[in-house]
Design a protein around this ligand. Structure first.
Ligand SMILES: NC(=O)c1ccc[n+]([C@@H]2O[C@H](COP(=O)([O-])OP(=O)(O)OC[C@H]3O[C@@H](n4cnc5c(N)ncnc54)[C@H](OP(=O)(O)O)[C@@H]3O)[C@@H](O)[C@H]2O)c1
Length: 303
């Protein structure tokens, strides 16, 4: 079996590549900027905004890990067109998002899910909750530099999930049969507030890190002032409206049901990545996602 992993440099893509490779599956890692010098895993160039490379990237591929063109303008029919180009693909696992059915159409996640369900392929749709790994990427600068995170999340609990659990679910669905026609909501082992999550990162970094709730309008104004286009502001507002209304709170047992082991807890993630939230020092490396593969938790221990 050969699997094309889209977004292979991204937060879940790295984990999917690792999980497939460790099962001995032939992986083709797709990126706009493939590291062609990297040995061991085939690298291909693939760009949502340039369909000329799609057919060759998909040639002789039977499984596809599909991360949608969420940052692309005119993205409505791109997934339909991509699937039409992949004539040998039989099984597709699509990274969607929790709340896909109610989110605004600037990023048409519900339509993409529908396109995949109607593709005639054996499909599995993953709807993960917010990733732990956002704390080392999107939110890292203010946490590291100011010790503060401000978001319009109020005190609503969120069942954050580790992308390496998403990766293992995706690999299982791609490699093993029995997951076709299923839509899975993926969460971590517990629901915690942003304030609790940030305090946990602070514990790991031996530092007082704080979360402050932000009024939704202030949040939207800051995004706009920072140059975000209206559709992106609307998208972010909708994501946090879901959080504030408790829709990111439920905990599912799907990760364990599919992988056979419990999802990784935030404490393990925080200990692993604590260097991201240390007080800035001149010799610190650039912030970014650490691609080190974390160990699996023990079967019996959640925290
Ligand atoms: N972040 C979360 O908490 C979260 C939770 C649930 C669902 N999701 C969903 O996960 C998806 C990924 O979001 P993310 O923030 O986690 O990003 P990410 O996967 O960390 O990074 C985005 C990936 O997409 C690739 N990419 C970007 N533009 C591309 C293009 N034009 N053509 C081909 N590849 C492109 C990038 O690769 P190169 O730069 O190497 O090309 C990168 O590997 C989104 O659909 C989001 O809705 C995210």
């Amino acid at each position: 079996m050969t699997v094309l992993v889209m977004g292979a440099t991204g937060k879940t893509g790295v984990a999917v590549v690792e999980a497939l490779s460790s099962r001995g599956i032939e992986v083709r890692a797709a990126s706009r900027h493939p590291d062609l010098s990297r040995a061991g895993i085939e690298q291909v160039r693939m760009d949502w905004s340039d369909s000329s490379g799609w057919e060759s990237a998909l040639r002789d591929v039977d499984g596809l890990y599909l991360v949608g063109p969420y940052a692309e303008p005119d993205n409505a029919d791109l997934i339909r067109r991509l699937l039409a180009a992949g004539t040998g693909v039989q099984r597709v696992v699509h990274l969607s998002i929790i709340g896909a059915e109610v989110l605004p159409t600037g990023i048409p996640v519900a339509q993409w899910e529908l396109d995949i369900r109607e593709s005639g392929l054996e499909w599995t749709i993953l709807r993960p909750n917010w990733f732990f790994q956002n704390f080392e990427e999107s939110f890292v600068a203010t946490l590291r530099d100011q010790g503060l995170l401000e978001l319009p999340a109020a005190d609503a609990p969120i069942s954050f999930v580790d992308t390496f659990d998403v990766g293992e679910v995706a690999a299982t669905a791609l490699v093993e049969g029995g997951h076709g026609g299923r839509t899975y909501t993926l969460t971590g082992p517990e629901a915690i507030t942003y304030a609790e999550a940030v305090a946990e990162l602070g514990r790991a970094a031996s530092r007082d890190l704080r979360f402050t709730d932000l009024a939704p309008q202030e949040f939207a104004d800051r995004l706009t002032a920072g140059g975000a286009p209206p559709w992106a502001v609307e998208w972010q507002e909708a994501l946090f409206e879901l959080i504030r209304t408790g829709q990111n709170t439920p905990v599912t047992d799907t990760v364990e049901a599919i992988t056979g082991r419990p999802p990784r807890p935030l404490s393990a993630y925080a200990d692993r990545q604590a260097h991201h939230w240390l007080k800035p020092q001149p010799e610190l490396p650039e912030a970014g996602v650490d691609r080190t593969i974390p160990p699996s938790p023990s079967q019996s221990k959640l925290n």
